[in-house]
Design a protein around this ligand. Sequence first.
Ligand SMILES: NC(=O)c1ccc[n+]([C@@H]2O[C@H](COP(=O)([O-])OP(=O)(O)OC[C@H]3O[C@@H](n4cnc5c(N)ncnc54)[C@H](O)[C@@H]3O)[C@@H](O)[C@H]2O)c1
Length: 332
Amino acid sequence: MRKLLVTGGAGFIGSNFVHHVVAHTDLSVTVLDLLTYAGNRASLAGLPEDRVELVVGDIADAGLVDDLVAAHDAVVHFAAESHNDNSLHDPSPFVRTNLIGTFTILEAARRHGTRLHHVSTDEVYGDLELDDPQRFTEQTPYNPSSPYSSTKAGSDLLVRAWVRSFGLEATISNCSNNYGPRQHVEKFIPRQVTNVLDGVRPRLYGAGQNVRDWIHADDHSAAVLTILERGRAGETYLIGADGEKNNREVVETILTVMGRPADDYDLVKDRPGHDLRYAIDSTKLRTELGWAPRFTDFATGLADTIEWYRANEAWWRPQKSAAEAKYAELGH
Ligand SMILES: NC(=O)c1ccc[n+]([C@@H]2O[C@H](COP(=O)([O-])OP(=O)(O)OC[C@H]3O[C@@H](n4cnc5c(N)ncnc54)[C@H](O)[C@@H]3O)[C@@H](O)[C@H]2O)c1
């Protein structure tokens, strides 16, 4: 394998993955990214031009996708509409990109016999009760809640069908919530961090009891590369770092790391269908492929992330007021 096609490589996790691949392999990378509001050319800054190329285009553009897939040895598919709140406001781009876009990638991979890794989320499993001792495994039935998670679930099922019906050499990963540098300011942790930097009190949905299983994006990237290199075709791997925290704990850690009183935040009305708890059991990935997370202390990973947002205001500032205007429209 010499040439990778990475869809959505100008987004949060996709760009982290491209940086990871450049640092840890000899592969060259073509990024296919539409540069929607969530994509940022600056997230690929500093990468060597002789190893990384950006093609601005749509994963639902069959001609473009076919040409690119034909010219690469493998595809890692990150591109998606990824924000739950936006999916409640307007589901149509989610159906188009997450379902039609994935279908377009699958058809090209089928035509050219190309290895594919499909990146997905633990949100396809729905949620768990706060006091449920269970965690999600590869056997957990799909039970998505929102237009975002249902279109991701649909894309996973398309990949499974292409494996089964056409013998496509594909793997799937479902990962828990990511944090780290270059995440759009509409997302929970960057929103809170940049609000605190701007002197605005953070706001939490409901009572802040919802639990997410946090993983640093670098650990997610390392897991995806491991699956691409050593995963068994047709298999699904869950990726998680045992990082369960409720939203109150996250905000209180952010405030403490940033030198503010831990209770300096407000609670706001919950959004409809807000999932209670996600938790991943990543035993299969750890035992079968030998992956383990590097960031095991959440406060340390968070402190690094906060430092990145402090040092890179020019990256996030242009998006901040539009993101806050969207939240104001939704009443959050
Ligand atoms: N963020 C998380 O916590 C998380 C957790 C698990 C899985 N995932 C999955 O990882 C992937 C990446 O998530 P992210 O948080 O980096 O998302 P993101 O929104 O930051 O990035 C998505 C990227 O896809 C691009 N894109 C959108 N529509 C496109 C289209 N039609 N054609 C080409 N490019 C298009 C955007 O421009 C953007 O660069 C998604 O598939 C998501 O479901 C995310």
